[in-house]
Design a binder for this molecule. Structure first.
Ligand code: NA7
Length: 508
């Protein structure tokens, strides 16, 4: 276990962290570092969040492994440039152990309610446990409520069927007739992994995807030994000029649909399709009718090769219904199947829900989010004091490292909490005006991103506005490093008469 120094000053805070995934473990490490008291409640039975829930064949992260690691905890032992899912889960488990966070995690404990009362958060789990905290860190992840496609007759299927995030490894795959529904990153990874194992594989494609070519070189034992001997080599890998330039180009492309950078990406993916798929009929099937990166960009070095295997068939027709022995298309075509995998995505707008979160004056977060999930600079919510979201709504997305994003959001939250630690207030929350101004600016900018260029995707809210960070990465860094204290209200300020409702501006 790594001993960390306590760096905190002033009032000690008690934290409840919700979720033991990448962001929750990070929050735990940071609390430990500061000497703050904390408990992590985790609904699952082990660490890892999305990397615990997802374990389907072919699972890998499309952010380079060294970039996806915590900035303060390099891992010299990644097996390849993009790490496979199980290795990533083990990394976060190892970090929870190494930094002494594991003993603070309560597993199989789903929080039912968080209620702000008399200046603190009162927490209740589904199984009746209770806790009290000064601060809540909601590290509940984004994509964890599987969206089961509403296909008539699915329940009548005689063979096994499951969502990609509920993969049943007891089900025989080799030599079987497999149907995979969905062509997001998940469907593409599954098809690439199973194309040689299945006897027959039908990929049901409602929308084709643009595919960014990608290679995944393994790290040799010599490279890993070099990383172990000299961790600055890992920094060099994380900050390789070409990687940084690639990220800058990608950001420029997604935030401005008229940018030359997007045109460049469009040329790359079009060439990838042209060069990789020889048969013009198959190429036509695989050609999207929307712009590259409009849906979350899929990175793959083997999908196009996979779909040209003799065992694989791309079905572009509309599914009519499922029958006990397979899937019937609207044109009458029938695909006999042994197993169906639903790579049909997630309810991306859930965040902390269905948990009940009650803030000041009985404000219910579900009501506050009834139109769309909203958080000031993606982290804090008016009327919900000392409540911080990591990877919450409107945070940066689009093939960035969510680990880096969570670290920056933690730094932002921590600076705000210093006002509480210093005794300037009991709690802090952004003003409603600040949130409304942020949302107005954000939505206007979001409509200029490529995500609003005319396709459906999980980025869009119910009104078709991308629920994303629509500005540059440097702007994100700047905003997170320099909180606008004037946009915050100090609740129960030191000069207060004890009335919880009394507030002053953090700038005042
Ligand atoms: P995505 O990216 O949301 O993809 C879901 C896919 O499922 C997509 O191709 C959908 O088609 C398809 N889908 C959904 N419902 C149906 C029905 N009813 N019939 C046919 N096809 C359907 O989810 P993923 O799990 O692949 O990836 C999610 C994120 O995880 C990914 O972006 C990474 O961040 C990691 P559509 O495109 O809507 O036509």
């Amino acid at each position: 276990m790594v001993e960390v120094e306590s760096g905190s000053q002033g009032r000690k805070l008690r934290f409840v962290i919700i979720g033991a995934g990448m962001a929750g473990v990070l929050a735990g490490i940071k609390c430990k570092e500061r000497g703050e008291e904390f408990t992590i409640y985790e609904k699952g039975d082990k660490v890892g969040g999305t990397w615990r829930e997802n374990h389907y064949p072919g699972l890998a992260c499309d952010t380079p492994a060294h970039t996806y690691s915590y900035s303060f905890a390099h891992n010299p032992d990644w097996s390849s440039y993009f790490a496979p899912g199980p290795e990533i889960r083990e990394y976060f488990q190892a970090m929870a152990d190494r930094y002494g966070v594991s003993e603070h995690i309560v597993f199989n404990a789903e929080i039912a309610e968080c209620r702000w009362q008399e200046g603190r958060w009162h927490i209740r789990t589904k199984d009746g446990r209770s806790d009290v905290a000064d601060v809540i860190v909601a590290a509940t992840g984004v994509l964890h409520h599987p969206k089961i496609a509403d296909i008539p007759g699915l329940n009548s299927f005689a063979g096994p069927y499951f969502h990609s995030a509920r993969w049943d490894h007891s089900v025989e795959i080799d030599g079987k007739k497999i149907g995979v529904i969905g062509t997001g990153s998940t469907g593409v990874q599954i098809v690439s992994a199973l194309c040689k194992r299945a006897g027959k594989l039908v990929h049901f494609q409602r929308s084709p995807q643009w595919i960014m070519p990608s290679t995944n070189p393994p790290y040799s034992e010599a490279q890993r030994a070099a990383f172990r001997a000299d961790p600055t080599l890992i920094d060099a890998e994380r900050n390789a000029p070409e990687a940084l330039a690639r990220r800058a180009r990608f950001t420029a492309a997604i935030i401005d649909k008229d940018s030359p950078e997007l045109a460049e990406i469009e040329a790359i993916v079009a060439k990838n399709l042209q060069d990789s798929v020889a048969d013009p009929a198959l190429r036509a099937k695989l050609t999207p009718n929307y712009r590259a990166a409009c849906k979350r960009m899929v990175f793959s070095g083997d999908y196009y090769r996979s779909v040209q295997e003799s065992t694989v068939y791309i079905e572009t027709g509309a599914i009519d219904h499922v029958e006990p022995s397979g899937i019937r298309m609207k044109d009458g075509t029938f695909h006999e199947l042994d197993v169906i995998a639903l790579a049909t995505g997630f309810h991306a707008d859930r965040f902390v829900r269905p948990m009940t979160v009650i803030g000041e004056n009985g404000e219910d977060l579900s009501d506050f989010w009834s139109e769309r999930p909203r958080a000031y600079f993606a982290v804090t919510v008016p009327h919900f004091p000392n409540f911080f979201l990591l990877n919450g709504p409107t945070g940066p997305v689009g093939n960035f490292s969510l680990t880096d994003i969570a670290e920056r959001q933690w730094e932002y939250s921590d600076q705000l909490l210093n006002l509480v630690r210093e005794g300037k207030a009991q709690a802090i929350a952004p003003s409603m005006e600040a949130l409304l101004d942020y949302e107005t600016r954000r939505k206007a900018a979001a409509m200029n991103t490529v995500f609003a260029s005319g396709c459906s995707s999980w980025y869009l809210d119910s009104e078709g506005v991308p629920q994303v960070w629509p500005w540059s990465y440097p702007y994100f860094l700047d905003v997170m490093a320099n909180p606008r204290f004037e946009d915050y209200q100090l609740i129960g300020a030191a000069d207060d008469d004890g009335d919880d409702e009394k507030k002053s501006s953090a700038a005042g």
